[in-house]
Design a protein. Structure first.
Length: 281
């Protein structure tokens, strides 16, 4: 079974952050190992009060994971929310160690690293401390195989104003990393997921639902990472992630759910059929 190491937040009663990604990866038969950077009972957006994992605890937790010889089995690393710049430095060191850890032939090539720079969003802007954002930009972005920012985070990292999908494409390429950009500009009444590599850019869009629960970006990152681990072409993995997000959000609306129904929709997330509009850029 493939193994994924998630370095992000844990929210027990909400399908956001690393807690949500565990369920998405498990649906794809990828074994998730979550080292939480913060722990909450409910989402802070609804008043949840939790605790940041201290750097010492975070370091010891990852040391114990390494001691169980799991670093040599990791196929995918996902980084997400960080609350402290020292956590970011620890995460960067873990990525570097995982990449040089001796691997048996059974585990093949080095693990893929997906960096979701969880920094902020429109309209409020930055919602982590500035030194955390700077650490993510300086230490994690250079280590990424893929970036999965939302549109605001892309503009922050690229230091560019973004108004169109073409602007987002150019901003993503300026970072020198292939990217999957959530909340990208799309047609009227739509929301887009923008796939960008050196040679190709494709916008996948579907109907925007104003009442969509939080966590779609986390779902997209995990779905896309699962597709890469499965050996899918990255563009195809991006399209499946877009369909999975559309399917899950539509189900949440139909069921009047305040959370993404990831567990109930596990099979449909793996094999989504929701329509998306495909537009090469």
């Amino acid at each position: 079974m493939p193994l994924a190491l998630i370095l992000s937040s844990f929210v027990a009663a909400s399908r956001i952050g690393g807690a949500a990604q565990q369920y998405v990866l498990a649906a794809h038969k990828i074994d998730p190992v979550l080292a939480p950077t913060a722990m909450f009972g409910r989402t802070p957006a609804r008043g949840g009060r939790g605790e940041v994992t201290s750097p010492d605890v975070f370091r010891r937790m990852l040391g114990d994971i390494e001691a169980d010889a799991l670093f040599g089995m990791v196929d995918l690393i996902i980084t997400g929310h960080f609350s402290d710049p020292e956590q970011v430095e620890i995460a960067a060191g873990v990525i570097e160690r995982v990449r040089v850890t001796e691997r048996s032939e059974a585990w093949g090539a080095r693990p893929l690293v997906l960096v979701d720079p969880v920094l902020g969003d429109a309209p409020g802007g930055l919602y982590v401390k500035y030194d955390v954002a700077q650490a993510v930009e300086d230490r994690l972005v250079p280590l990424a195989d893929w970036l999965t920012p939302n549109l605001w985070e892309l503009a922050f990292l690229a230091d560019k104003r973004i108004e169109t999908a073409a602007d987002a494409r150019d901003a993503a390429r300026s970072l020198g990393k292939p990217a999957l950009v959530t909340s990208a500009p799309a047609g009227e009444g739509e929301i887009g997921l923008l796939y960008v590599d050196k040679e190709e850019a494709v916008l996948f869009s579907h109907r925007r639902i104003a009442t969509a629960p939080n966590g779609t970006g986390d779902l997209v990152t995990a779905s896309f990472g699962a597709g890469l681990v499965e050996g899918r072409d990255p563009r195809d993995a991006a399209e499946r992630a877009a369909r999975a997000a559309a399917e899950t959000v539509a189900a949440a609306q139909a069921w009047k759910s305040t959370e993404l129904p990831i567990v109930a929709l596990a099979e449909r997330i793996v094999n989504p059929t929701a329509p998306v509009r495909v537009e090469p850029l």
